[in-house]
Design a protein around this ligand. Structure first.
Ligand code: SF4
Ligand code: SF4
Length: 134
């Protein structure tokens, strides 16, 4: 059933913050779904990329509860296919930044055992800490 969403000032503030951080004109999204259809990681996402765009457009901060922005691998498949030339990887990055600015780290270094630390590729560890910690 369709849900009616009435935008409030705080919703517009959230949209503007994500547009400023990402540098993407999110309101240009025409909801064609091409990004979701071609995303190689969509099966792992709880909200697909085009839905993320719509929720941000509507200023719905509940989008921050989704794991999609953490799954996005910035592979640019969606970007090269988007008819509006929107870069969803930058939107994902902006959403991650907002979360991490709240000092919420997605990785706790103390939970990585010495054995795991020895097995993990250094570049993967460094990349993960850049992506998942504030
Ligand atoms: S491909 Fe582009 S225009 Fe289409 S839904 Fe995705 S972001 Fe929006
Ligand atoms: S950049 Fe992110 S959202 Fe876009 S296709 Fe790649 S994984 Fe999916």
């Amino acid at each position: 059933m369709a849900q009616i969403i009435k935008l409030k000032d705080k919703d517009t503030d959230f949209l503007e913050k994500i547009m400023e951080l990402s540098g993407e004109q999110i309101t240009l999204c025409e909801q064609c779904g091409t990004c979701s259809a071609g995303c190689p990681f969509v099966s792992e996402m709880d909200i697909n990329p085009s839905q993320i765009m719509r929720l941000v457009m509507l200023g719905q901060e509940s989008v921050m509860d989704s794991k999609t922005m953490w799954i996005c691998a910035s592979c640019f498949t969606c970007t090269v296919r988007c008819p509006r030339k929107l870069d969803l990887s930058k939107v994902s990055e902006a959403l991650r930044q907002v979360t991490l600015r709240g000092a919420i780290d997605e990785i706790d270094i103390k939970e990585i055992s010495d054995e795991e630390a020895l097995k993990l590729p250094t570049i993967a560890v460094v990349g993960s800490f850049r992506k998942f910690t504030g």
